[in-house]
Design a protein around this ligand. Structure first.
Ligand code: HEC
Ligand code: HEC
Length: 491
């Protein structure tokens, strides 16, 4: 992704619901490399040489020992980091906020009565600490507050939809719908991606129009107020009518309710909770005992090899299938099985019209920097927990994993911008089944999230978070409008 487009996006993309507190350009982000790789062990990072961002693990000439992937160092000047908690904000209108400022308020640190929270990443994932920005450290009260906000429909314009409506932890942090349904039953044009492991994402959304949580953390050179978006004000004013939120904001941030705090709290909740790892594959790949060799079935191991990953060197199992025959690791690489790049597979190509239903990445590239290759290109999604996150693809056009494999097998949908790595695969029926088995082995231990008790509003009533878990009905077609916009949160 070109940095130009990222800075342009800053203006528009600055305000995804969960990470409003800043949009600053960063050149590099730490990639999700599996930590503490032991010698002679396979890693999903092994085959990512094609990606300029993902860590590369090379075998040495003697023992085939992989080098531990080097995490790129952030190149952002730490002085530019904005520590909103300390009120050390430079530039932007937030410098002199009025007492009623809804975006950001200076904090009195003595009011902050929150304790640090240490989260251990599930097996196979990078340590979360390296993905938590200095301006938004994980704390207990913040994560709890973020959880309430995540499940609270009072965040949406008409108080009917919460984040969990479309990113429901019980449904793999998605809505399991073809495309999402927002307020007043409006149907969006895109499938809700899982929030699981999105903390590792370098960009957000199918077209990457929002910078990652990390990018966001670098501080806002512009203030979103300039966008004159009053919806935010309404949201914050509504949340300020809820005494329980005002109290928690004082405790966690030392301020009244602000958009900055809402974003940080939700992001912290997602970081600490929406994680999937420790799958059968991780137990196999990261394990070193003979028992852990049995974590995956023979079929899943064959699928793993077809997918593009090597078996453990201490595994005597003979897969008997060509390594990388399916070539999936060209894109689904690294610890989170995504190169974080944009590719055209031809999903959404309308043959008779010779065009795409959704231009994807191309649409958000700035005039003058548009690249034809981006037409119909979308971000590589993770395939972790993919058994729970269907229907698949940005438009939800594939309902089963077998369907996804058939789609790849035929070489996607040929079109003028088709990615060069998408070609007919000539897989046998048993190879197809093996690939599905491998993807099943990426299912992590389910994250059980107990629903929070929401703070009562001015009327003394506490809404039931469960009510918002069912999308509004009846569904009405609303085109390609983003569900995030539909709930009144622009980016
Ligand atoms: C009405 C359904 C809906 C609601 C409500 C909703 N989302 Fe989303 N979310 C989506 C859809 C659809 C996308 C993909 C949009 C796109 O790519 O244009 C998405 C994308 C995302 C992503 C990017 C994930 C990735 O891997 O790129 C994150 C993170 C996210 N939403 C978090 C949230 C949070 C936090 C809230 C609440 C403040 C929320 N969403 C509310 C439907 C919804
Ligand atoms: C050229 C890069 C590339 C290759 C190679 C590739 N994928 Fe993908 N994959 C993507 C992209 C991009 C998407 C989303 C496409 C879209 O929605 O338009 C995707 C989507 C998927 C999905 C749907 C996930 C979801 O949550 O919607 C699955 C499953 C998947 N790929 C599995 C595989 C398998 C298995 C292989 C090997 C046979 C493979 N991919 C090869 C880039 C790639």
């Amino acid at each position: 992704m070109k940095s130009r487009s990222r800075s342009y996006l800053t203006l528009l993309a600055c305000l995804p619901t969960l990470m409003i507190f800043g949009c600053f350009e960063t050149k590099e982000f730490p990639s999700p490399a599996p930590p503490n790789l032991k010698p002679n062990q396979p890693s999903p990072g092994q085959t990512v040489a094609k990606s300029e961002h993902a860590p590369e693990v090379k075998g040495d000439s003697k023992g085939g020992k992989p080098e531990v992937p080097v995490t790129p160092v952030r190149t952002v000047d730490p002085k530019q980091l904005i520590d909103v908690v300390s009120g050390d904000v430079k530039g932007g209108e937030s410098k002199n906020p009025t007492p009623t400022n809804f975006l950001w308020l200076p904090a009195d640190k003595t009011h902050v009565k929150d304790e640090p929270l240490v989260v251990t990443s599930p097996l196979g994932l990078s340590p979360i600490a390296s993905f938590s920005p200095a301006s938004n450290p994980l704390t207990k009260g913040k994560v709890e507050l973020g959880k309430q906000l995540y499940f609270d429909a009072r965040i949406s314009k008409d108080t009917t939809v919460s984040c969990a409506t479309c990113h429901n932890p019980e449904k793999g942090w998605t809505d399991q719908l073809k495309t999402s349904i927002g307020i007043k039953g409006q149907v969006g044009g895109r499938n809700a991606p899982t929030v699981l492991n999105s903390v590792f994402g370098r960009t957000m959304f199918w077209d990457g129009r929002a910078p990652s949580l990390e990018g966001q953390a670098q501080g806002p050179p512009q203030n979103p107020i300039e966008m004159g978006d009053q919806d935010y004000k309404q949201i914050i004013e509504r949340l300020r009518t809820i005494p329980g939120y005002r109290e928690q904001f004082q405790k966690v941030f030392g301020t009244d309710v602000t958009l900055d705090g809402v974003a940080k709290a939700i992001a912290a909740f997602e970081r600490a909770t929406a994680l999937t790892g420790n799958s059968a594959y991780d137990q196999y790949a990261m394990g070193d005992s003979p028992e852990s060799l049995k974590a995956m079935s023979d079929s899943a191991k064959r699928g793993m090899v077809l997918f593009g990953l090597r078996l453990r060197t201490d595994d005597e199992f003979k897969a008997g299938v060509p390594l990388k025959k399916a070539g999936c690791t060209s894109c689904h690489a690294g610890a989170n099985f995504s190169d974080e790049e944009f590719h055209n597979l031809g999903v959404g190509w309308i043959e008779k019209d010779g065009k795409f239903a959704d231009l994807g990445r191309f649409a958000i590239e700035p005039i003058g920097a548009k690249n034809e290759k981006s037409v119909g290109a979308f971000k590589t999604p993770t395939v972790r927990d993919v058994t729970r996150t269907g229907p698949y693809m940005h438009d939800g056009s594939e309902t089963t994993l077998a369907g996804v494999i058939d789609f790849y097998d035929k070489g996607g949908n040929p079109n003028p911008s088709l990615d060069k790595d998408i070609q007919p695969l000539k897989l046998t029926p048993s190879e197809k089944a093996d690939l599905v088995e491998f993807m099943k082995s990426l299912t992590g231990a389910e994250v059980k999230v107990a629903l929070p008790t929401l703070p009562p509003g001015a009327d003394g009533k506490s809404p039931d978070p469960r009510a918002a878990l069912t999308p509004p009905s009846p569904p009405k077609k609303a085109g390609l409008d983003s569900p995030h916009t539909m709930i009144g949160l622009r980016y």
